[in-house]
Design a protein around this ligand. Structure first.
Ligand SMILES: [Zn+2]
Length: 80
């Protein structure tokens, strides 16, 4: 498991989550959580999280869910 690259201990749980590709903070530019293919944390279907505070990043983190968009689930040819 990669080391938590942010300054924030409270993001360890995000960093260690297998659904998360990477979490990092860009200081003044906020906090990013990149998600593995197949997951989203956004009702609009975005595949990463960008928030300005740890608190908001954690709130979005708790919303991670399986994503079934075309990008995550390749369109399969129906059997038959
Ligand atoms: Zn998706």
């Amino acid at each position: 498991m990669a080391k938590n690259k942010t300054r924030f201990k409270s993001l360890d749980v995000v960093n260690d989550d297998p659904r998360v590709t990477e979490v990092f903070d860009e200081g003044e530019d906020g906090i990013w959580i990149w998600l593995e293919t197949g997951f989203t944390a956004d009702p609009r279907g975005a595949h990463d999280v960008h928030e300005w505070t740890v608190r908001d990043a954690l709130r979005c983190y708790r919303n991670i869910q399986v994503c079934e968009c075309e990008q995550c689930v390749p369109v399969s040819v129906p059997a038959q």
